[in-house]
Every structure is written in C-alpha cells, then in structure tokens.
Design a protein around this ligand. Structure first.
Ligand code: SF4
Length: 352
C-alpha cells in the first residue's frame, strides 16, 4: 500500500491530510488500539478516524475483522490472482475481459487495506496492472471501438485528485464510442470527506457528457457507515448518476441473514441500488473469510425470504481461470450434471 506522494499532497485538502496521517504499521496500530496483534506479510493502512471507530466497536466486530491483521493471513493456501486478471491484462492498467467494457486501474492506492481484498497479493507489488497511462488508455479505446464502458477500479479510483479524475473523464468524453463510465469505490464509506464539493461538481458536469455515469459503492456492513457518509450519499443521490452497491459475503463479518437484510434495505432507503453480493474468492492470505458455495446459497435463500425482490442484489461467484462471473443462486447456471455457463456462453464442468 502506498500513500499519496508529497508532490500530490501539496496544498492538499482535508481528506489527503487524513490519508497522510493514517496508521501504516502493526506497531502503530497496537499502540492505537492498546492491544497486541499478529504480524503478517501484508500491508496495513487505516485512516485514524476509521481506526477510532474500530477501537470503539472492538477488533472482533464486523469492522474490526475486515481491517485488522489476523494470524490466519499467514496460511499459505489460496490463489494470488483468483480472478485471473493477468490473463486479460493489456498493460497500462487495462483489463479487457468482456467485449463491450474494460476495467481500468489508475492507481494502487486505497483508502484502507481490506484484509479480504482479492488483490491483496498484487497491491504494492509494482504490478503491470497498476502502471496506468492515460495516453495508452486513449489509444486502446480508439483501437477498440467495441468498448462502450470504462470501469475505473483500483486500488480505489476516488483516491485520485479531482484534477486527475477530470483529466481522465475529459479524455473519455472525447472518444465517441465510450458511452458509459463507472467507478468502483470503497472511499465514500471509509473516507467520506473525499466526496468534496469539487468532486460533486465534477461528477455532475460529466454526467451530462456520457449516457450513464455509475458509482458502485463497496460496503459490507451497516456498521461501516457514519453520519458523514449518509450526508455525502444524500448529495450524490441528487445527481443524475447511477448509484449502486457491491458487497462481499464474508465469514465472521456479514454471514448473518439479519445483517445482510439490514444492509440491503438501508442501501435502498438511502437511494443506492444493491447490485452485487460477491461470493468470496479463494485469495491467498484471506481464505479465513471463505464460506462454501453451499453455505452462501443457504444464506441467500433465507435472505430472499426476508426482503423484496427489488432489494436483493445479484449473488455472484467468479468462475476459476478468468471464466467470468456467474450467478451463484440461479438454477439456469448449473444443471444436474453440475455444469456452469461461463462469460462466453460456454458450458463448463463444475469448477468448484
Ligand atoms: S478498497 Fe478495494 S481494492 Fe482496496 S484493499 Fe479494499 S477491497 Fe482491495
């Protein structure tokens, strides 16, 4: 995990101050929380205001478990690249897995280090996936007019400054084949200060230049939310953008039906449409968050009975070897032989 460089933080706003002062080592975190913790090989990054909330909730709370290092991270099972991003990497931060859309990773910086992250073995590794170049992105899109949507992922794209985001959106708005842009971000929840006036203005302006601008907010539990987050969401929902959520089903965090039902209802009440509930990927160093598909399906089945259909997200699982997402709870995606349909519409043997 990197922090913003001194160059980037010249005249920096409040949220960048918070980033600069974040807790970045186990020792610092032990002092802050007044407890002893296990050292793991993975980086640590927690903004102090969020660390304070973890301190109040406890390290075994749903927010503590997501961000505090755990001894089980030292277990060596699991995969370094569970969704096979590298098979589809085109270099310069571009991942082209589906025909009409690309993922673009303009940064490897995040507002926090999630212990379950599917990229936890890649972030901070100087990986090619994160060596983003704007000119190369423009050239790729010009050579691939079939791409209609650019999905900013990371790291976390909202950690870029407003002027950087402006530059990217300006470039994309001048490429006529690009109709939609989407941001996947954990920042509004972890560092709501980042959703500042200029950002709101920027997104509002660009919402008129694309057919659809989407913001997919990553949140796993309502205890992550603060009053400031809710105020910022109130401002965002007034914009003509598509506000969506994605969550990861995590053992010991949100694997209780009550917690998930509350999360998805509260999202809808606050103007955010639940989009994806991801089955956890078998990530090296994070397998202690895993549930079996059978366990996940039982939870989702209960959830279906508890909330209306418009509140339910898609429960999805990443098929191995980069075969894409499939609905984890849909009889059309597995037949009696245990076969699944991959992203290209091909039947594949049960990979689980
Ligand atoms: S914010 Fe997203 S990319 Fe960053 S550590 Fe968390 S899950 Fe991973």
């Amino acid at each position: 995990m990197k922090t913003p460089s001194s160059h980037e933080t010249k005249n920096y706003p409040t949220w960048m101050h918070i980033m600069r002062e974040a807790i970045t080592s186990t020792k610092e975190l032990e002092t802050f929380l007044e407890t002893s913790l296990t050292q793991t090989p993975y980086s640590l990054f927690i903004p102090r205001p969020f660390a304070q909330r973890i301190k109040e909730a406890g390290i075994d709370s749903p927010i503590g478990r997501q961000f505090i290092p755990h001894a089980k991270e030292n277990i060596k099972d699991g995969l370094e690249d569970p969704i096979a991003d590298h098979l589809y990497s085109k270099g310069n931060g571009i991942i082209h897995r589906y025909r009409n859309r690309i993922l673009f990773s303009p940064t490897e910086i995040c507002p926090i280090q999630c212990r379950y992250c599917f990229r936890k073995n890649e972030l901070g590794q100087q990986d090619d996936i994160f060596k983003a170049k704007r000119k190369a992105l423009e050239q790729y899109l010009q050579e691939h007019p079939e791409v209609e949507e650019v999905i900013f992922t990371g790291g976390d794209p909202l950690i870029l400054s407003n002027s950087k985001i402006d530059q990217y959106l300006h470039s994309l708005a001048n490429i006529s084949s690009v109709k939609m842009v989407r941001f996947h971000s954990r920042t509004p929840v972890i560092l709501p200060e980042r959703i500042d006036h200029d950002f709101i203005q920027l997104i509002s302006r660009y919402s008129l230049k694309f057919d659809i601008v989407s913001l997919v907010i990553h949140t796993n539990h309502t205890s992550e939310w603060s009053p400031l987050f809710l105020r910022k969401i109130n401002q965002l929902r007034a914009l003509p953008i598509n506000l969506l959520s994605q969550s990861v089903l995590l053992k010991g965090v949100n694997d209780q039906v009550d917690d998930l039902a509350l999360l998805f209802k509260m999202l809808v009440i606050n103007g955010i449409r639940p989009y994806y509930l991801h089955h956890p990927d078998p990530v090296k160093g994070a397998t202690y968050f895993q549930l079996s598909l059978e366990e996940g399906r039982k939870i989702f089945h209960q959830l279906k009975k508890r909330v209306s259909g418009f509140i339910l997200p898609h429960y999805v699982v990443e098929l191995p070897n980069g075969k894409g997402k499939a609905l984890a709870f849909n009889s059309q995606n597995f037949n009696s032989d245990g076969k699944w349909i991959d992203k290209d519409g091909e039947w594949i043997e049960n990979p689980f």
